[in-house]
Ligand binder design. Structure first.
Ligand code: ATP
Ligand code: MG
Ligand code: MG
Ligand code: MG
Length: 562
């Protein structure tokens, strides 16, 4: 590639909205451009890196016995209604209608579509296990798209779904994916840690997140340096049974309520008429603490909090009335995601009728709780629930705290979707059984951004070799010197023939500009062809990661880089 023809418009200024390093560097290096909020164009350099990450993912998925397919992005609402998630997924689900007024959504994840597919075509135990994946755009209308590719509304995800005959089969699929993810993130050159995770909106009961360690990470991790224990702060808190210290502000009214277990009792207690308590959200800071928000509008089908209404059922009642009230299907409420829940209320505040917080037990509640003041109203997991320095539940050594970026997650789903979508097979006794499922996601763009968070310096990106857009840039110091240009061109041709991915910076620019861009874009190697070295038949090889410069004979450069 000749730099003079490359579409990589670098910027000198950092765009104001880019808060974190990866976003800034992707913009400055001409790799990324914003098309709409949370919607981006991957420029040619970024797309090369994205393809390399996708190639690594494909290799590891295929090696683990997975098959690639391509599911539709546009999903009919019926499938989501069947699983119950049409009602509970909330505003993150990007809904649309066709010209006939039929409801559809853009896939944020594909459990419904793939389970429906497999249930139609797989009938016998002989066809299982089945492991299917795709790499595709996903759509989530995130409340707060930010940090560039980290939290987009359109983003590329690898999602794999496993279908097994039984729990043992699922264990094996899960184990294979754990290993594949470990290989993928290692090959991408990342410092990461798998941590026990909350299974969130997707459901199921065993899950791990692959966290890339970075200060800018939105997630908190509690881990032990002496053994393998590592968990998201939420899970760590639940496991260690820690309650965050909650100082009660003075203007909070402490109320002891005789019974909040029915909707009527609750509304009576709150002093708002039943018809005004139509939307009930809850907030749980830990297993012991639940908050209930009551709203005056009637959009019960647009509950924002996904499975988080589960904690309402569990903590307030277990009450069919509340379930109906929330308009959620019976199958959905359950002991899923009941641990540490944070809720988004900011744009809702005008509708807020009342807010009550309290311990997850009878007869203890607080009135006038103020979200944002008394509790974070963000959905970002930035609350430390377990202190570093506490003792590891496995080995009693001190735990440490780190921030991380969730680059991937693996889940054991069990039969949650095979039950609701009717994915059954006949076992070897001719008996009908539910398929046992798992699902496994990796954010491709987020992985690229995470790699930059971990690999950069003040001058720009320092790509790990495996995912660098190109390996080498060859820089003639003066484009006016025909000898330099000829030597640079020759080296560039040799590198290309040796299958080294090279760029020739043939632009009519000052050397300073070329060097700055080379550092910014982060080519692992830079070879400078200047007058002095060239007189000795040499080039100056700079290794981006260590900044070390070495004079190397021109005909030894290709073998050196290989
Ligand atoms: P988060 O907790 O950050 O919202 P998630 O748990 O909702 O992510 P999953 O449903 O587990 O995400 O999706 C699998 C992977 O897809 C994530 O681990 C992440 O790498 C990626 N991902 C999820 N949401 C986004 C997004 N809005 N933008 C970019 N990548 C995303
Ligand atoms: Mg999310
Ligand atoms: Mg998550
Ligand atoms: Mg996740």
């Amino acid at each position: 590639m000749k730099a003079s023809q490359m579409f990589a418009p670098t910027l000198r200024e950092v765009p104001a909205e880019a808060e974190i390093v990866s976003h800034q560097l992707l913009m400055r290096s001409g790799m990324l451009r914003k098309t709409a909020s949370g919607v981006y164009t991957y420029m040619p350099l970024a797309w090369r890196t994205m393809k390399k990450i996708m190639d690594i993912i494909r290799e590891e998925m295929d090696a683990a016995g997975c098959q690639e397919l391509m599911l539709p992005i546009v999903h009919p609402a019926e499938l989501w209604q069947q699983s119950g998630r049409w009602q509970v997924y909330g505003d993150e689900l990007w809904r649309l209608k066709d010209r006939h007024g039929r409801d559809f959504c853009l896939g944020p994840t594909h459990e419904e579509v793939i389970t429906d597919l497999v249930s139609g075509d797989v009938k016998s135990y002989k066809q299982l296990p089945l492991r299917l994946y795709q790499i595709q755009n996903k759509y989530r209308d995130e409340r707060r798209p930010r940090f560039g590719l980290m939290r987009g509304r359109e983003f590329i995800m690898k999602d794999m779904y496993s279908f097994d005959r039984d729990e043992e089969g699922l264990d094996e699929s899960y184990r294979l994916m754990h290993q594949a993810y470990t290989n993928i993130f290692t090959r991408c050159g990342l410092d990461f840690r798998p941590v026990a995770a909350d299974s969130g909106a997707i459901g199921g009961d065993t899950s791990q997140e692959f966290m890339v360690l970075a200060e800018s990470g939105e997630a908190g991790i509690i881990y032990c340096s002496s053994c393998t224990y590592a968990a998201s702060t939420e899970i760590a808190a639940a496991y260690l049974d820690k309650t965050p210290s909650q100082e009660i502000p003075e203007d909070l009214e402490e109320v002891y309520t005789p019974d909040c277990k029915t909707m009527e009792a609750l509304t009576a207690f709150l002093g708002v008429p039943l018809e005004k308590t139509l939307k009930t959200l809850c907030y749980m800071a830990d297993e012991k603490f639940v908050m209930v928000l009551l709203r005056g509008d009637r959009m019960v089908n647009e509950i924002k909090v996904k499975n988080r209404i589960g904690c309402l059922e569990l903590n307030m009642a277990g009450d069919e009335e509340i379930r109906q009230h929330l308009g959620s299907p019976a199958g959905y409420l359950g002991p899923v995601g009941v641990k540490n829940i944070r809720i988004i209320v900011d744009q809702e505040v005008p509708y807020l009728a009342n807010l009550v917080g309290g311990a997850n037990k009878d007869q203890y509640h607080l009135r006038n709780v103020n979200p944002g003041r008394d509790f974070p109203i963000d959905d970002v997991a930035d609350v430390r629930l377990v202190e570093a320095g506490e003792l590891c539940p496995q080995c009693q050594q001190e735990l440490a705290f780190a921030r991380g970026i969730e680059a991937g997650q693996i889940f054991k789903l069990g039969t949650k979707y095979s039950e609701s979508m009717g994915a059954k097979y006949l076992d070897d006794n001719g008996k009908e059984q539910l398929m046992v499922m798992g699902c496994y996601g990796i954010g491709v763009g987020r992985t690229m951004a995470a790699a930059i968070e971990q690999n950069h310096d003040q001058d720009g990106i320092v790509w790990p070799l495996a995912i660098a857009p190109y390996h080498v840039v060859v820089v003639p110091v003066s484009d006016k010197d025909p000898d330099q240009m000829a030597a640079a061109e020759k080296l560039y041709q040799e590198l290309t023939r040796a299958r080294v991915e090279a760029v020739l910076d043939d632009r009519k620019e000052r050397p300073g500009v070329k060097f700055k861009d080379a550092d910014l874009i982060g080519y692992p190697f830079r070879v400078t062809i200047g007058p002095k070295a060239l007189a000795e038949g040499k080039g100056e090889v700079k290794l981006r990661s260590v900044g070390k410069v070495e004079m190397v004979a021109l005909d030894e450069i290709v073998p050196l880089i290989l």
